[in-house]
Design a protein around this ligand. Structure first.
Ligand code: ADP
Length: 418
């Protein structure tokens, strides 16, 4: 049973004990007045003391608490029917008890209410027959006094149940809406994943023609028939160079799309960042972003999974590009710096966008936190889990006068080994 279910059933259990106590009082008053039989007193005692414990134990140990709760409610109604008959249908307590027991079932739907009311009527009928069908509807003064707590409790119980069921209905509606949003987002992720796989396939296919173009250009250059103008030779050598460049882009895409077991190794962080920037070069240029790099070449290697850290960098840079794209700032500067720390290396990604929205600042790295209409809100939470899986930490803050700074630290090889 989940913590929330346990809390709820504890609340319901307490409420039921309370109702049972009050009901117990007014039934006992009737029994006392009517000199009830020992059997009637025994049934009342068993219901008042034994039944709540059995019900509670049943709800806790049962595999499906929902079913257990329904069984408890049915048994409760059946006991109510028995008491109405044992009280010889004394009017006031009978009406109160039936009303209380019906209210208990409202949240479970009309069919369940019908079923429990049927069970109550059946046990009432059987007990009436067994006890010789005696009816004394009149209510004496002591019984009225004993019923007062139940009468007072009834409106409160109705209010509580309505509030509860209202809240549950609202929560259910919200959960349904959230599920629909999540379903859409998952479908989007699945589509993006398929696209990624298609892109990896495409990259594989492109590799061969690119290599062929390069080789052909090289061969033509080496062949160099007499009389070919210099311009043609220049063009051939540019074709060769550009096909190598295209091949590099394709290789990076394939490596980035690689899926597999995380493998940590000693890696120089600054060249890794350069690789990522090459991968995002097109996006950066398209959005008019100026890149300022403070990458130190003398840093000791870090001990991380290359692809995972590349993904972190891609997410942070893409967020920065989007933040600067949507902000009305004319300056679009992305600054990336690496610096040594005593036990790790710190990477800082700073932008001149609109800064982090205060509404999500406290839960920035939680999943599904987004301020973008088409955003998933997963990027930063993935960044956090990847950095932490590699033994590092990530944090964020404002970048005065405007923009955001994200930084993360990665362990050095010797620190990770120690
Ligand atoms: P998504 O980009 O899909 O919204 P993320 O987890 O990557 O998901 O980001 C969550 C939210 O954090 C974004 O919607 C945005 O509000 C905020 N955020 C992330 N990076 C930046 C940034 N560089 N500047 C300002 N806000 C940012």
């Amino acid at each position: 049973m989940s913590e929330q279910e346990l809390r709820l059933s504890r609340q319901v259990y307490r409420l039921r004990i309370f109702g049972l106590g009050l009901g117990f009082l007014c039934i006992a008053a009737v029994f006392y007045q009517r000199d009830a039989t020992l059997l009637a007193w025994t049934v009342l005692a068993a219901h008042g003391f034994v039944w709540p414990h059995v019900a509670w134990y049943h709800a806790r140990t049962s595999a499906d608490p929902h079913v257990a709760e329904r069984i408890n409610l049915v048994v409760d109604s059946m006991m109510g029917g028995i008491f109405v008959a044992l009280m010889q249908f004394t009017l006031l307590p009978s009406v109160l008890i039936v009303a209380m027991l019906s209210m208990d079932k409202l949240g479970w739907g009309w069919r369940f209410l019908g079923r429990t009311s049927g069970a109550m009527a059946a046990t009432c009928l059987v007990t009436t027959v067994l006890t010789g069908a005696s009816f004394r509807l009149d209510t004496s003064m002591p019984v009225i006094v004993a019923s007062i707590p139940l009468m007072v409790a009834y409106p409160f119980a109705v209010a509580f149940v309505s509030e509860r069921s209202g809240r549950m209905a609202r929560e259910r509606k919200k959960a349904v809406e959230q599920t629909a949003v999540l379903r859409e987002q998952l479908a989007h992720i699945a589509r993006v994943g398929t696209l990624g796989e298609m892109a990896a396939g495409l990259a594989h296919e492109l590799n061969q023609p690119l290599t062929a173009i390069h080789l052909e250009a090289q061969t033509a250059l080496e062949f160099r028939p007499a009389g070919v103008p210099e311009d043609v030779l220049d063009s051939l050598s540019r074709i060769g160079e550009q096909s190598i460049r295209a091949g590099d882009i394709v290789r990076r895409m394939r490596t980035f799309a690689r899926r597999g077991q995380a493998r940590r190794e000693a890696i120089a962080i600054s060249p890794l960042i350069q690789e990522v920037l090459a991968l995002l070069d097109h996006d950066l240029r398209l959005n008019g972003v100026e890149t300022i790099l403070h990458l130190r070449d003398d840093l000791p290697p870090v001990f991380v999974d290359r692809i995972e850290i590349e993904q972190v960098m891609v997410n942070l840079i893409r967020n920065a590009i989007e933040a600067m794209g949507s902000a009305a700032t004319p300056v679009r500067q992305l600054t990336i710096a690496t610096e040594p720390m005593p036990r790790d290396v710190r990477v800082t990604v700073t932008d001149t966008g609109g800064g982090i929205a205060p509404t999500i600042l406290a839960r920035l790295f939680h999943p599904f936190q987004t301020t973008k209409s088409a955003g998933l809100g997963l990027g930063l939470s993935i960044c956090q889990s990847l950095v932490e899986a590699n033994g590092g930490r990530v944090s964020a803050g404002p970048h005065p006068p405007g923009g955001a700074t994200f930084f993360f630290e990665l362990p050095l090889v010797r620190a990770a080994n120690a």
